[in-house]
Ligand binder design. Structure first.
Ligand SMILES: NC(=O)c1ccc[n+]([C@@H]2O[C@H](COP(=O)([O-])OP(=O)(O)OC[C@H]3O[C@@H](n4cnc5c(N)ncnc54)[C@H](OP(=O)(O)O)[C@@H]3O)[C@@H](O)[C@H]2O)c1
Length: 249
């Protein structure tokens, strides 16, 4: 018996990193999982590794038409959603003096607008008792140089979980924020090239962590499974940190 047997899930940005690990764990626990991403080759590769209970839909969360098409596909294929993980997100380094309007727009469009309209447009499909998980970050609780815009999007997302938990409680829908610390993913590896003589970013990040290492995507997926399953039936509006103690210790 899997913890998500018979459940229908959606993971946006499910082709690499944390999203792929969550999709993999949900499928292993018995769910059918729709996963999205913008790049078709990465989507095809992810579906190939996950097997027949994974359904790939090429879709950009910042395009509302694409979200409409995504949910029309889910409606036709499964008729409902029991778990939604609004995971798609991007981040680029820019110190305050370097922030451009385009940097602001593209980051907020994917992280905040994408999360809001993913969950809004999922509403008609959400079963009573469904679980919604939004991806915040330890950055929402910290001041990290060169991460003004990214961190602001993640702080906004943390509040989306509180507000939607209040709005959707009447339908028994739980909404929680998952806040990873540094996790070894393509997104983190691509964040900053090491300067000469410097170690790779994951190594440098590990120094700041009480557990002295950065996390693995499957460790975030385990927390997502808790929030997705009935194991967290009395948990809503919460923020679950998977951060090696970064903002706790
Ligand atoms: N890794 C960490 O240390 C960390 C820490 C805290 C929070 N987070 C959050 O966790 C989430 C996943 O991070 P990650 O490190 O796993 O990132 P990642 O390795 O860069 O993967 C991001 C995923 O999102 C997809 N994506 C990006 N923009 C999209 C868009 N507009 N529409 C649909 N899909 C899109 C990507 O595919 P395409 O590029 O093909 O679209 C990919 O599947 C993000 O929200 C991130 O902010 C990560």
């Amino acid at each position: 018996m899997g913890q998500l047997d018979g459940k229908i899930g959606l993971v946006t940005g499910g082709t690499t990193g944390i999203g792929l690990a969550i999709a993999r764990r949900f499928v292993a626990e018995g769910a059918t999982v729709y996963l999205t991403g913008r790049r078709q080759p990465e989507l095809d590769a992810a579906v190939e590794t996950l097997g027949e209970r994974a359904i790939g839909v090429q879709s950009d969360v910042s395009h509302l038409d694409a979200l409409d098409e995504l949910f029309a596909t889910v409606q036709r294929g499964s008729g409902r959603l029991d778990v939604v993980v609004a995971n798609a997100g991007v981040g680029e380094l820019a110190r305050l003096e370097e922030i451009t309007e385009e940097h602001y727009r593209s980051t907020f469009d994917i992280n905040v607008k994408g999360t809001i309209f993913t969950v809004q447009k999922a509403l008609p499909l959400l079963s009573d008792g469904a679980s919604v998980i939004v991806l915040s970050s330890t950055n929402a609780s910290m001041g990290v140089p060169a991460m003004t815009v990214y961190s602001a999007t993640k702080a906004a997302i943390r509040n989306l979980a509180r507000t939607w938990a209040a709005e959707l409680a009447g339908r028994g829908i739980r909404v929680n924020a998952l806040s990873p610390g540094p996790i070894e993913t393509p997104g983190v590896r691509g964040l900053a090239a090491p300067a000469q003589g410097e170690r790779e970013l994951p190594d440098r990040l590990a120094d700041a962590l009480p557990l002295s290492r950065i996390g693995r995507p499957d460790e975030v997926a385990a927390a997502a499974l808790f929030l997705a399953s009935d194991q967290s039936s009395f948990t809503t509006g919460a923020e679950l940190f998977v951060d090696g103690g970064l903002v706790q210790v």
